[in-house]
Design a protein around this ligand. Structure first.
Ligand SMILES: CCCCCCCCCC/C=C\CC(=O)SCCNC(=O)CCNC(=O)[C@H](O)C(C)(C)COP(=O)(O)OP(=O)(O)OC[C@H]1O[C@@H](n2cnc3c(N)ncnc32)[C@H](O)[C@@H]1OP(=O)(O)O
Length: 298
């Protein structure tokens, strides 16, 4: 699609393209199935103009992994909603059974060129900047598991409602994959659950069951699975009664220090990511993790 190509071409970092230390290609995956790039929308947006509330349904089978295409679509949808002054609230939820989002698509980081990894990371940053800094009230209706980037996605929202199902888990489990949550993932978590909880959670790569997640404040409310969406809608109605301008300024005051840090360090953050993720040892960890996922299934 033309808009997708346009957004992607904007996302390429010229500095990265010319960086010779990143000039190597990662080893090609031999055992990992590359999924076909489906052209069907990965996100469905329902916008009710009478309430001013939009609902974003993530619908990228099997597990709503955050691929380059997915994130590009997400950013475009967000941009459109943000520009519509009538749109005051956004609920994010999943149309996939049992999974909110499996986090970043590992296949975008495994066996890919440094240029691709840079392009991918730029759109991950973009998603975070847009959502964490959104003027809208944002609510995550977490109706399934939400590891790593999926947890980050929900942490960018103003309020998290999770299905009370012990089969589900949520957390920043990056260290379990042999990778490191970057500073802005870490700070988003600190801003939500505090320094000590974050330190333990991140070092151990903890995935929390809903009850534990509620205890440390990683989610705000647990509800029966079939009520996640209705409670999110009721909560949105309450949040929208607060005077808009005052709420927005307060949100910016709380979040801008972290947002500004990434905004002023975007290039360096991309370079860090690319040089880290393309290391042979890190590629090996990602491969082993994907193998483990497949074995668990078998
Ligand atoms: C010095 C500092 C420098 C800073 C450098 C920065 C470093 C990078 C930071 C990166 C930050 C974030 C990373 C991530 O988000 S990585 C993703 C982590 N995600 C996970 O660990 C979740 C893995 N998935 C699961 O646990 C399960 O799939 C699930 C979500 C609980 C669902 O379980 P299920 O039983 O319903 O489904 P399952 O059979 O496991 O999966 C179905 C198929 O989907 C594939 N798959 C699952 N998750 C991913 C994924 N994240 N990316 C790509 N593919 C995924 C899985 O392999 C199955 O595939 P197939 O059907 O067998 O082909």
């Amino acid at each position: 699609m033309a808009w997708r190509a346009a957004l992607r071409s904007k996302a390429v970092i010229p500095a990265l393209l010319s960086c010779s230390s990143h000039g190597r290609l990662c080893a090609s995956p031999t055992f990992i199935t590359q999924r076909n790039n489906s052209t069907s929308p990965k996100i469905k947006v329902d916008y009710d103009q009478t309430t001013g509330v939009a609902v974003m349904h993530m619908q990228s089978p099997p597990v709503n992994s955050l691929s380059l295409d997915f994130l590009t679509e997400l950013c475009i949808s967000l941009e459109k909603l943000e520009m519509d002054k009538g749109c005051r609230g956004l609920i994010i939820t999943s149309n996939q059974p049992k999974v909110f989002s499996a986090g970043l698509d590992i296949l975008e980081m495994y066996g890919k060129s440094p240029e691709h990894c840079g392009e991918f990371w730029k759109v991950v940053q973009e998603m975070w900047l847009k959502l964490y800094g959104s003027n809208m009230v944002t609510i995550a209706a977490i109706n399934g598991s939400s590891p790593a980037g999926g947890c980050l996605l929900s942490l960018t929202c103003d309020y998290r409602i999770m299905a009370d199902n012990p089969l589900y888990s949520i957390g920043l489990n990056e260290t379990q994959l042999g990778i490191v949550a970057p500073f802005w993932f870490k700070e988003t978590m600190v801003n939500t659950v505090g320094h000590r909880n974050t330190e333990v959670a991140l070092q151990l790569g903890l995935l929390y069951k809903p009850a534990e997640a509620l205890k440390i404040g990683l989610v705000d409310q647990l509800v029966p699975e079939d009520q996640v969406f209705s409670v999110a809608t009721q909560t949105m109605t309450k949040w929208l009664t607060i005077p808009e301008h005052a709420r927005q300024i307060t949100k910016s005051m709380m979040r801008n220090p972290t947002i500004d840090k990434l905004r002023t360090n975007r290039e360096a953050d991309i370079q860090n990511f690319v040089s880290f993720i393309t290391k042979e040892s890190i590629q090996k960890s990602l491969r082993m993790y994907m193998e483990m996922l497949k074995q668990r299934k078998a």
